[in-house]
Design a protein around this ligand. Structure first.
Ligand code: SF4
Length: 275
């Protein structure tokens, strides 16, 4: 049954071995998201996962767990899963997965450290924005303070993570403020990278209905570029961090390491704004 499920994965994991763990989204309430709207949430049974592993590529060095938020299965099952991966894929040095602030909050620091030791080495997390009112607007299930607390916990557990943020999400006239707030949030922890997504309105979503009613107006392209620029200007990472806008939704494709490439990246955005 899980073989017919929708599978999404980050573009950086395009060539990674995929391992199905959950189907659909256990939350499924973000107003901008259409990915799993028609899919009932369920977990892939362990015998099926083990079967995938037994017939998988034994020599792979990396595995990506598929599902909207596989970490939502909880510590005991993650522990069992990672041990199973170690048993069947002895050369796998990195298990990567999507995760959410909500699911990470259910793990203690000790539990995360155990998972790190078992091979959990990269998470992709949708932070979206550093503004509580915008998080509420899009019905994301966390607050800015919760995001900071969970991100710091991951830093302490030594589990690298990519922060996915979405520009345009605050609406017309709000982009500058949103960029500053989002940078201020990210400056409080150390992600491996910031991956930007451009707000994209999908038909049938709650966000789409809000726009039709006129209660949310998306920002223009130039305002969105300005948001990227202000975000870049305000990001002050304590550790080198990748800044990546190459996901297909973006209106500009730039990538570099902060703080080293900050000026170059800002110049590239400026050039696009002036066009
Ligand atoms: S954005 Fe992520 S958490 Fe929100 S509904 Fe979509 S898949 Fe679920």
């Amino acid at each position: 049954m899980y073989k017919n499920a929708n599978v999404f994965y980050p573009q950086d994991e395009m060539t990674t071995v995929l391992l199905p763990v959950t189907i659909g989204c256990s939350y499924n309430k973000c107003t901008f998201c259409s990915m799993y709207k028609d899919e009932k949430y369920s977990e892939v049974p362990f015998p099926a996962i083990e079967m995938e592993l037994k017939h998988g590529y034994k020599y792979t060095e990396k595995v990506f767990l598929t599902g909207a938020d596989p970490m939502s299965i909880g510590f005991d099952k993650m522990n069992k899963l990672l041990n199973m991966i170690r048993k069947h894929l002895p050369y796998c040095a990195c298990v990567a997965s999507y995760a959410s602030i909500r699911s990470i909050s259910k793990y203690s620091l000790e539990e995360l450290s155990i998972l790190h030791n078992l091979g959990l080495r990269l998470l992709y997390i949708g932070f979206e924005t550093g503004r509580d009112d915008v998080l509420k607007l899009v019905n994301k299930a966390h607050t800015v303070n919760e995001a900071i607390t969970q991100a710091k916990k991951l830093n302490e557990a030594k589990i690298p993570f990519n922060s996915i943020i979405m520009y345009g999400i605050a609406g017309k006239g709000q982009s500058v403020d949103n960029a500053v707030a989002t940078a201020n949030m990210i400056n409080k922890f150390s992600p491996r990278s910031v991956i930007t997504m451009n707000l994209t309105v999908f038909s049938g979503t709650e966000l789409h209905k809000t726009i039709e009613k006129g209660s949310f107006i998306p920002p223009s392209g130039v305002e969105r570029l300005l948001e990227i620029k202000i975000l870049l200007e305000n990001l002050e990472p304590a550790q080198p961090m990748t800044f990546d806008t190459t996901h297909p939704t973006n209106i500009i494709k730039i990538k570099g390491t902060l703080p080293h490439d900050k000026d170059r990246l800002i110049d590239e955005v400026d050039r696009r704004i002036n066009l």
